[in-house]
Design a protein around this ligand. Structure first.
Ligand code: ADP
Length: 358
């Protein structure tokens, strides 16, 4: 079933992605040490990874690092604990294997890990390595600060001396590269070979076919003209198309349902943008003003600058705007489109653009 809000697990529930799936399965079979899966939020990275690992018949854990506290090792251990307990639904092997780690308590409810000894995670990872597990770190760029550094050095250690494959996913691509330290010789993962895979939004044709098939799976009718509009407005982002499909199940595939999708999805997208702003409290208004200017059609450097200066009633230094745009691109809220000597900025997610327009 396509219209399901959870990440997909099975091949038959995943629309297309044949190429990406083939490549990922191949890399997993080869035990590639670090695989990076990148793409904007809701494009289907987690679904791709889950289906690929199930198809490869490999055991795996998926550690969700979204919003992790960058200063708390304890939070990191909790995230691993959750991932292990989720993996227990697929296989019981971890209960037996982890029972020998002193800090791990195994009960009929699952496992509890005490975080007091710093290297407990490394011991657990060694056990996972023995059992030929794959470790997926979802939204790994959220691990910053001391926790990020520690995690990167653990991955580097296994790369150099071990045989435990890591799949790293990230939706904030520039920040993902920061985590990987691709440009920083002092970063733990600098210089390691990364297999990269990009998951893109659906093309217009794919989006349309996805919706048509999704509706036919439900035995529901939907007019093509309406579906074309949905794909255009939601710009082929699978997660948003699924959101529309789910609402259409009760409300029908109509203009009103599309509006409802936009308004519910806007809240989610704005919430995520606000999370990003939380870490930039001092310049919050500036970030907002820049995004609003772009959402309202000011796409070139000088147009954005003029709008920002109007908003603040004073001149803004080029370096200030430059830093703001760079941070927004790094976090994948903006895309920088270079066409010869012309540079324009575009909001990556049509839903966030819609939310900021109002
Ligand atoms: P990401 O990890 O990139 O944020 P998810 O894998 O969580 O994306 O997918 C977001 C939503 O879109 C989920 O509801 C998922 O089921 C759906 N989805 C994504 N890609 C596909 C696909 N190829 N076929 C069917 N559903 C998909």
């Amino acid at each position: 079933m396509y219209f399901d809000p959870k990440p997909k697990e099975r091949r038959e529930d995943l629309y297309d992605r044949d190429k990406e799936l083939g490549k990922l399965i191949d890399l997993v079979k080869k035990n590639a040490p670090i695989i990076v899966v990148k793409g904007i939020r809701r494009v289907g990275k987690t679904s791709l990874v889950r289906v690929a690992l199930n198809e490869s018949q490999r055991n795996f854990i998926i550690v969700d690092l979204r919003g992790i506290n960058p200063n708390s090792r304890r939070d990191l251990v909790v995230r691993f604990q959750m991932a292990i307990n989720e993996a227990l639904k697929r296989s019981n092997v971890l209960k037996r294997v982890l029972a020998s780690v002193r800090e791990v308590e195994v009960s009929k409810f699952g496992v509890t890990i005490s975080w007091r000894r710093a290297s407990v995670l490394e011991d657990i990872l060694l056990k996972l390595q023995d059992e030929r597990f794959v470790v997926v770190l979802d939204e790994v760029q959220d691990a910053r600060g001391p926790v990020g550094k520690y995690l990167a050095s653990v991955i580097a250690h296994f790369y150099d001396y071990g045989d435990l494959p890591f799949i790293l996913t990230g939706s904030q691509i520039g920040l993902l590269y920061d985590f990987l330290g691709v440009e920083d010789p002092r970063a733990p993962l600098y210089g390691r070979f990364l297999y990269e895979l990009e998951v893109s939004r659906f093309t217009r044709e794919q989006g349309l076919e996805f919706l048509r098939l999704g509706f036919s799976q439900l035995g529901l009718d939907a007019e093509d003209e309406m579906l074309e509009k949905v794909v255009e407005v939601l710009d082929g982002i699978p997660g948003w198309l699924v959101h529309f499909g789910l609402l259409a199940k009760t409300h029908g595939a109509s203009e009103k349902t599309l509006e409802m999708t936009l308004s519910q999805a806007s809240r989610l997208a704005l919430g995520e943008f606000n999370e990003f702003l939380k870490r930039r409290e001092v310049a919050r208004r500036r970030y907002e003003a820049v995004m609003k200017a772009i959402a309202n059609g000011k796409r070139t450097w000088s147009e954005i600058k003029r709008e920002l200066e109007k908003h603040e009633g004073k001149t803004i230094a080029d370096s200030v705007l430059s830093r703001i745009l760079e941070a927004l691109v790094k976090a994948s809220f903006l895309e920088k489109i270079v066409d010869g000597r012309n540079i324009e900025y575009k909001i990556s997610d049509p839903v966030l653009e819609y939310a900021l327009k109002r």
